[in-house]
Design a protein around this ligand. Sequence first.
Ligand SMILES: C[S@@+](CC[C@H](N)C(=O)[O-])C[C@H]1O[C@@H](n2cnc3c(N)ncnc32)[C@H](O)[C@@H]1O
Length: 245
Amino acid sequence: MHARARGGFRQPRLFAGPGSGPVSKERVIPDKYTAFAPFYDAFSGEYPVYRAGRDRGIEALGPRPGEQVLDVGCGTGLNFALLRGRIGPAGTIIGIDRSAQMLEQARRRAARAGWKNVILIQADAVFLDPAAIRSTIQGQGGSPESDAALATYSLSLMPEWRRAWTNLKALLKAEARVAVVDMKVPEGWARLLTPLAWAACALGGADITAHPWQAVEEDCTNVLRSSARAGHLQIRAGAFHKDPS
Ligand SMILES: C[S@@+](CC[C@H](N)C(=O)[O-])C[C@H]1O[C@@H](n2cnc3c(N)ncnc32)[C@H](O)[C@@H]1O
């Protein structure tokens, strides 16, 4: 049973500098996911476009019953039902996001569904202190290191996504599995829709040229690759082998 607050989920604020101790919340770059949070699910293009990548990413990640899965930039928790369907009541979801408003939507989603195994942490994935996050997760009844991690449509919002990737790895067990789902310009006939894809990404604050799934290609073995929506959605999953150091 995880610690709760106000009938919901505790969301510790863990903004921490890169090895330099805690920093103020003001240092974190402001984002677009504040006022928009209550409307995100309705207006994010989930069913026409983005659900397909989410489905494939989680399928490729293959979370197993009882596992702990880290959802980086979890937003309103649109991955949670799919994850929970695989890890079951004995598994745990760790949702990390820098937006308190998006996390509040995620908290409500978990509360509505009656999921007790969801730990939500407000932190910037680029600047977080992995040791502090591990200890917070443990303090809330989770395991300090997760079995698997997922980042859907979130790394492309982080200009320094490689630092977020390094932090993510520090929160995983050795031999953990990871999946990245993100966006690029469409291919083939759908190149006609490129201006639309650019506009959608710009509206959401994403860099359509970031291609953060490269990290899975570089760092993982047994990489599964797929795409959806005429290449606009890119899915990569693989096994990550952590250095013993
Ligand atoms: C487009 S939404 C995607 C949310 C969710 N992963 C999904 O698939 O619906 C991007 C999310 O990333 C979060 N985000 C952006 N930059 C972040 C950062 N540096 N650290 C943590 N979360 C971040 C935003 O607050 C937002 O909730």
